[in-house]
Write a protein that binds this ligand. Sequence first.
Ligand code: FES
Length: 79
Amino acid sequence: MSDAIIVQRAPIAVDVTEGKTYYWCACGRSGKQPFCDGSHKDTDFTPLEYIADKTAKIFFCACKHSGKKPKCDGTHSTL
Ligand code: FES
């Protein structure tokens, strides 16, 4: 499996809605970051489902290397 593409070395903040399902892009190829647009089609990656447990601002990982995917854990600063 090839490595995920680093989209940027900073998270992407998104206001999520409680109960709504989001599909976080794991491959880094999506044009709709931080979410999947189907561009992983020819890779071994699949999006990660995230169901918001509350309405809040979430900092989604954009380096694609977080240890707490789909959320940022600061790993981008070590890449
Ligand atoms: S486009 Fe990246 S996981 Fe779907």
